[in-house]
Design a protein around this ligand. Structure first.
Ligand code: FO1
Length: 322
């Protein structure tokens, strides 16, 4: 079957996830690529609804993202934030002038009664993104980070405290009232996917919130398509962000094997393929012993070509099984 004819579902978190999503977008027809973003990082700030992972994904696919940071818009200015600072307002979370338009518009649409799924689809269309982008759920789920007796809302931990406090656990406030967005649920129930890809995103704060939306990981396990995860840890370090630091603080080995153990324990039987970097090739046997097929390639995505090559590798893993 040509790649264009296959529906692929990818679960993504922040910057690392968006990179592989862009590679997948280069390899698949837009109507075949369905992307689910974590919304545990969402928060209400300055009276606005901010959805950082949705925006990172859409800006990346639209070719608008800041290439250095991976989040926010390229060529952004911060006049509104500076003016807010002069008024004594909060400026720790850096909202750019053009990015603010996204948050203003999203907040208005939500206040007018639209769902987050509807607003996300409309935002993607307006910015010229033809792939299907879904939030994991329409309900509010908020990741809280437990650190040394304190509970920090995710963005306070991540941006406000620069991930410095040691973590002891995470809670996804509101998750028990959440449900997978209807468009995704219908596709899963129809067995519409040929492959499911879990992008190299943080297991604890990007992918766990998605998989713990009630019924979601079980629906992914029950549907017929193989599930492939790309390790976010390469040679003991995170491709991006605090994943390795969190693993060390949680007493989990900061390695691709540690990631595989996390998924095997929490989501038994979910993963079919586990993709690791060449530098972790010696871990393949340990990962295979957890009941997944280990596959080795280059997983560090610095250029557009690296993103495309990794996406192609992931897609071919499953194509070759047919
Ligand atoms: N990350 C930062 O490190 N500092 C910021 O000031 C910041 C602002 C920001 C604004 C809009 C947005 O969509 C993302 C933003 N991010 C910022 C990134 C964001 O906090 C993280 O990338 C994700 O939540 C983690 O996946």
């Amino acid at each position: 079957m040509p790649a264009e004819a296959r529906n692929v579902l990818a679960l993504t978190g922040g910057v690392g996830g968006a990179k592989l999503a862009l590679g997948l977008a280069d390899c698949l027809a837009p109507e075949a690529l369905h992307l689910v973003a974590n919304t545990g990082d969402d928060f209400e700030h300055l009276g606005l609804h901010i959805s950082p992972d949705i925006d990172t994904l859409i800006y990346t696919l639209a070719g608008l993202s800041n290439p250095q940071q991976g989040w926010g818009l390229d060529g952004e200015t911060f006049h509104a934030l500076e003016a807010l600072g002069r008024l004594g307002g909060e400026t720790w979370f850096r909202l750019g002038d053009r990015d603010l338009a996204t948050h203003l518009w999203r907040s208005c649409q939500l206040a007018a009664g639209q769902t987050l799924q509807e607003v996300t689809a409309a935002l993607a269309r307006s910015l010229g993104v033809a792939q299907q982008v879904y939030p994991m759920c329409n309900e509010a789920v908020r990741t809280n980070v437990h650190c040394e007796g304190r509970v920090l809302p995710f963005q306070r931990y991540f941006v406000g405290e620069r991930c410095a406090p040691p973590v002891s656990g995470f809670a996804f406030d509101g998750i028990e009232r959440a449900a997978p967005v209807p468009a995704l649920r219908q596709l899963l129930d129809r067995g519409a996917f040929a492959q499911v890809v879990i992008c190299p995103s943080n297991p604890f704060v990007s992918i766990d919130p998605i998989l713990q939306v009630p019924g979601l990981w079980q629906a992914l396990r029950e549907q017929p398509a193989p599930v492939t995860l790309v390790s976010p840890i390469v040679a003991g370090a995170a491709l991006k962000g605090p994943a390795a630091k969190m693993m060390a603080e949680l007493g989990v080995p900061a390695s691709a094997t540690g990631v595989a153990q996390h998924y095997a324990r929490r989501y038994p039987g979910l993963l079919d393929h586990f993709v690791i970097d060449h530098s972790d090739g010696t871990l393949a046997a340990d990962i295979a012993a957890l009941g997944m097929q280990a596959a080795v390639t280059s997983t560090v995505m610095t250029t557009r070509e690296h993103k495309r090559a990794l996406a192609q590798f992931v897609l071919r893993l499953v194509e070759s099984e047919r």
